[in-house]
Design a protein around this ligand. Structure first.
Ligand SMILES: C[S@@+](CC[C@H](N)C(=O)[O-])C[C@H]1O[C@@H](n2cnc3c(N)ncnc32)[C@H](O)[C@@H]1O
Length: 311
């Protein structure tokens, strides 16, 4: 087995060119998996999971491949790029990984998870550790078809699970751009105290939940000198990213809120040279992470907590 001194970036579907284009020293691309020399590069966005410390192994047979993987650790996720049938036969010989959707709220599985792919009949690329706890970053949740008024609730459940922190009972939360109320519904389920702000109304069932208060206003009228303090600020407002950045920075600088989960929404017809460059400015806010969630569309999610290190 050979250590490549390289990192793998599994791009979200449709984002391989963007990921490969932003990375330095790309040495190979296998479907959505972009391998670049050296340690992880923080500028890669629209990535599902990062493969840390990529190795290459020569394998003599299906059994040998499974043996080599099992000798390193128990849990392995297959990302199949070539030789799908052979890869599936190797996967069958590895310990089964649960594909059960998570019930929110729950802690992300803590067991180490490696990833591997068969790039030709006799060669495996593998990484013993990946940044995401779910196979290929494809986290799924048990869905509630009755309670929440929109599917956007899944995005917040995913964000909070990835973050590994969430508001507790009585936490003071602002939900900006709350209508129809999927995120507010999630926060109310957690027992939080929610100020939901939107120019459109909330779904009446969500508005009636304990702890929920609605204000019909622009999110950007909610400023640290007039509102708060909050324990958490959430935003799913449809707006230009610079406007969100300016508003979020003002809250961070004020010290009147420590924890943020905000969707950065990009326009489909944006003609600026690099519409995603602004992600670096969000990422530069101390304690920040900028991620692409399974439930993000043409969006990134900026998350910042008092506790989290910069990524
Ligand atoms: C994607 S939806 C939010 C969905 C919501 N998170 C949920 O879970 O149901 C975006 C919302 O942003 C609101 N919005 C757009 N501009 C706004 C502004 N300046 N202030 C407040 N809300 C705004 C829209 O009215 C819309 O309800």
């Amino acid at each position: 087995m050979e250590r490549l001194d390289a990192t793998g970036y599994l791009a979200a579907p449709g984002w391989t060119d963007e990921v490969a284009g932003r990375l330095e020293n790309v040495i190979a691309v296998h479907d959505r998996l972009v391998i670049a020399a050296g340690s992880p590069q923080p500028k890669a966005r629209f990535v599902r999971s990062v493969w840390l410390d990529v190795h290459r192994a020569r394998v003599e047979s299906i059994g040998d491949a499974a043996r080599q993987l099992r000798a390193i650790q128990r849990n392995w996720a297959l990302y199949s790029t070539e030789q799908h049938r052979r890869a599936a036969l190797i996967e069958e010989k590895l310990p089964h990984l649960s594909a059960k959707p998570l019930a929110f709220p729950s802690r992300a599985p803590a067991a180490p998870l490696g990833s591997w792919t068969l790039v030709d009949r006799d060669t495996i690329l593998l990484a013993p550790t990946c940044t995401h706890f779910a196979p290929n970053g494809e986290v799924r949740f048990v869905e509630d078809k009755e309670g929440p008024p929109s599917r956007a609730y899944l995005k917040l459940q995913e964000a909070l699970t990835v973050l590994g922190e969430m508001p507790g009972a009585g936490a003071r939360c602002l939900d900006a751009g709350a209508s129809p109320g999927g995120w507010t519904w999630v926060l109310a389920q957690l027992g939080a105290d929610v100020l939901a702000v939107d120019r459109s109304p909330l779904d009446p069932a969500v508005a009636a939940l304990p702890g929920v208060r609605f204000e019909s206003a622009s999110a950007f009228s909610i400023q640290p000198n007039t509102h708060g303090p909050f324990d958490w600020i959430f935003s799913d407002v449809i707006c230009y990213p610079p406007r969100l950045l300016e508003w979020a920075r003002r809250w961070v600088d004020s010290g009147r809120c420590e924890n943020f989960v905000c969707t950065i929404k990009f326009q489909d017809d944006d003609t600026t040279a690099d519409p995603y460059a602004i992600a670096e400015e969000f990422a530069a806010i101390p304690g920040s992470r900028v991620v692409h969630l399974v439930n993000n569309k043409h969006e990134l999610t900026w998350m910042r907590t008092a506790a989290s290190p910069s990524v």
